[in-house]
Design a protein around this ligand. Sequence first.
Ligand code: AMP
Length: 292
Amino acid sequence: MRLILHDLPTVRTVETISAMQRLARQWQMQRVPVSFVPTMGCLHSGHLSLIQCARRIIGPRGKVVVSVYVNPTQFGPAEDYANYPHNLFQDRKLCSRAGVDVLFVPSDAEMYPAAFSTWVVEESLTRGMEGASRPTHFRGVATVVAKLFNIVLPTAAVFGAKDFQQAALIQKMTRELNFPIKIVVSPIVRERDGLAFSSRNRYLTKAQRSRATVLWRAIQQARASLGARPIPAARLKEELRALVEAESGVRLDYIEFFDPQTLAPAARVSRGTHIALAVFIGRTRLIDNAAL
Ligand code: AMP
């Protein structure tokens, strides 16, 4: 294969916490604003839209920092941490093309030194949905994001609406722990057939990939079922459960209808109610959500 010079990744990559903090403090002293996009890597169009959003909100004079870190503490013991895809070479290339200033790639040893025991725990928004299915997930997310905020010292940080409950958690944590950071939530980017981009989509076989559109079809069916009057959430859940479970090899984890501000479950569903769902396709767990 011929290597084309302009395709070589050129983005500045920082691997230690002290080097990242030093740089962040320098920028702070120079009053250079910083926009931050935390990711677990294996970047796709969803991540790239967050990076574009980060650039837009910070302007040409600001710095855009992307972190790539597969955070072990947000995975449960039976989850896919060991198999989670990595592709740092491609990530560097994409970040370089997208005009990212710094790619921060910390090590586990630095992020979680031996005997690490300090956690950030949110106790209300994170109880249901993903929190109920993945009991230690949000503790891991809140802790790693708080750590990354203290390392990157951003002015703004961008999260995807794809992880709706996570975005709500980060907004609440930022407010309640007084991080001086503006949180921006960027819309879900989908493939042509409605499937939301996800690093986990690459686990799917061809047949599973075509069944995975059931997430988007369930959302569309919920929209279509809404009339002028609110309808009982339990009834709509059953209707959507039947749709999901009609697909062979697909198992519903949960469907929830809720208020997008408080995440409180809705007993009746009307326009403006939010839907979130999680399904297993074989062993791959995918999530999606939308406003109805
Ligand atoms: P991840 O690498 O999966 O941890 O995701 C990093 C960030 O990208 C999170 O804020 C996600 O919500 C966001 N993200 C992932 N997929 C999408 C997507 N399809 N559209 C928009 N944002 C996304």
